[in-house]
Write a protein that binds this ligand. Structure first.
Ligand code: GDP
Ligand code: MG
Length: 163
């Protein structure tokens, strides 16, 4: 069985852009509007000889109780439940937010291997801006640029290491 990797994070951080990069498709809808990916979306990728399945999710607000946002949260919980590992995506340009902390709290109790991925970090692999993300208590942040294709192989080698 291929390992299953779920991409989780608040809207607009670049999850669908990363999904497209990993699966080399344009399947996921990338948008300037927060929360466009409203349900789960599966694709297959490969790094070296290791194949994997990746799940894109809509933006996640763990405590939402109504409408479309609630449905997105439910879909995200299901994706996390199905996953062997979670890539938790945050946005270095917007910085750390309360929503990121809420998601971190949710993920911690899900007992999955979690990789903190700091997106939109093109040209910033040594930036001090990465430091604040240690506060999430999710270990070392992996800087990437989903749109420029930087840092992705190194992130995925860590994610796929046990498989
Ligand atoms: P999602 O809501 O988390 O799925 O985010 P999207 O993948 O739809 O991306 C949201 C916005 O961020 C789009 O305008 C993307 O072009 C942009 N974006 C995604 N990845 C990067 C990146 O690595 N660098 C920069 N500068 N922008 C990015
Ligand atoms: Mg999306």
């Amino acid at each position: 069985m291929k390992p299953v990797i779920a991409l989780v994070g608040r809207p607009n951080v670049g999850k669908s852009t990363l999904f497209n990069r990993l699966t080399k498709t344009r399947d996921a809808i990338v948008a300037d509007f927060a929360g466009l990916t409203r349900d789960r979306h599966y694709g297959d990728g490969r790094i070296g000889n290791q194949e994997f399945t990746v799940i894109d999710t809509g933006g996640f607000e763990p405590d939402s109780t109504t409408g479309i946002v609630k449905e997105m949260a439910k879909q995200t919980r299901q994706a996390v439940a199905e996953a062997d590992a979670v890539v938790f995506v945050v946005d270095v340009r917007l910085g750390l937010s309360a929503q990121d902390s809420d998601i971190a709290r949710y993920l911690r109790q899900a007992s999955k291997r979690i990789f903190l991925c700091v997106n939109k970090a093109e040209g910033m692999s040594e930036s001090p801006l990465l430091g604040e993300f240690f506060e999430l208590g999710m270990g070392e942040p992996h800087p990437i640029s989903a749109s420029h294709g930087q840092g992705i192989r190194s992130l995925m080698e860590a994610v796929l290491e046990p498989f």
